[in-house]
Every structure is written in C-alpha cells, then in structure tokens.
Write a protein that binds this ligand. Sequence first.
Ligand SMILES: [Cu+2]
Length: 219
Amino acid sequence: MKRTLILACLACAIAIVGLTGVALATSPAPEREAEASAATPAAQAAPAAPEAAPAPKRSKQPAPAATKPDVRRAVAILEARSGSKLSGRALFTEHGGKITLRLDVQGIAPGLHAAHLHEKGDCGAPDAASSGPHWNPSGEAHGKMGTAPFHHGDIGNIIVDSGGKGTLVMTTDLWTLGGPEKTNILGKAVIVHANQDDFKTQPTGNAGGRIGCGVIKME
Ligand SMILES: [Cu+2]
C-alpha cells in the first residue's frame, strides 16, 4: 500500500510539475499577445499621423485661389493727411472685365466727401499734394463718373454718417489692374477730400483739402 501511495504521490507530483510546466510555458503567450495588441494601436496611430500633420494642407492653400483665376484684388490703405483723423481702405475687385470698388472711411466729419484717383502714387506730403492732380488718361474735363465729360479718376462723393463712417461702392469697366496704361489703376493714389465734389469746378470739383491718401497695390 505504501508503495502504491508513494507511486501515486510521485504520479501526482509529476502531474503537478507537468501542469506547472504547461502553465509556465503558456504564461508568456498572453504577454506576447499583450505586446502584439499593444503594438496594434501604435500601428493604427501611424497612418493617422499624416492626417494630423496640417503642413501639407497649408501648402495647398493657393489651390482655392487657383479655382477663381478670373478674380483679382488690389487694395489701398488710406492714411490721414492734412491733420485729419481719417482711416480707411479701398478694395478693388476685378472680375469679368469690370472693377468694383468698395471704399470704407472713418474718423471724419459727417456729410459728403469727394473721392478721386490721383495720378501719382505718392502720399508722402503732409497734405498729400504729392499725389498730383486727378488721374485723367482720357484728357477730359472734370465731372461725374458715367456722365461725360469726366476724369477716369472721378469716383464721386462718399456719404459719411453721424458716427464719422462712410462706405461707397461703384463698378466701372474703365479701370484694370495692370492692363493698358490708360486703364491701369495700380500705383495710383486714392484721395478723400475735406469737402464734397460739385462735379463742375475745374479741375478739382472744389473738393477742398486732401484728408486721406492711399496707394493702390495688388493684394
Ligand atoms: Cu481729388
């Protein structure tokens, strides 16, 4: 009996050792699986990296502009002259053979103020006299845009409200951005005057001092 028990116990011990061996042998497997599963998210994250990197998208930003090759813009930032507190901007958008001007001013007296294109893109003088006379490539008398005779720089009057702000919008096919000399407004000056344009007095429209000046440049 004792031998039988001893043999049985030996058999048990062998079995236990065997099972432990199996357990030990199998235990690294979950670790490998864990490693493998840990590697999977890393592998998934890898393809996400190019999406997260914004640089390629930024480099493609000119593409939207390329989708509208027929629209070009120029701008003149207006600065105060003749002791005024004017600030403003003239935005020129060229499309379909025409240019639309949006002129915004602020900081000046309510009422009508003349606006013109002057022939020299030079706002250096304190009174903006450096911008020269009205731009007049057709050699006509001063007047009102669209009603001959008129200078091609005769924009008109901008209406300024009680808060000192005003906006003028106009469209013309007489101007271009970089076209023939008689139509090209690049490098010309946008001038806003202290008074309104009477559309009659030669050659200035009796518009008074030059209180704002900006040179037209491609945006
Ligand atoms: Cu003027």
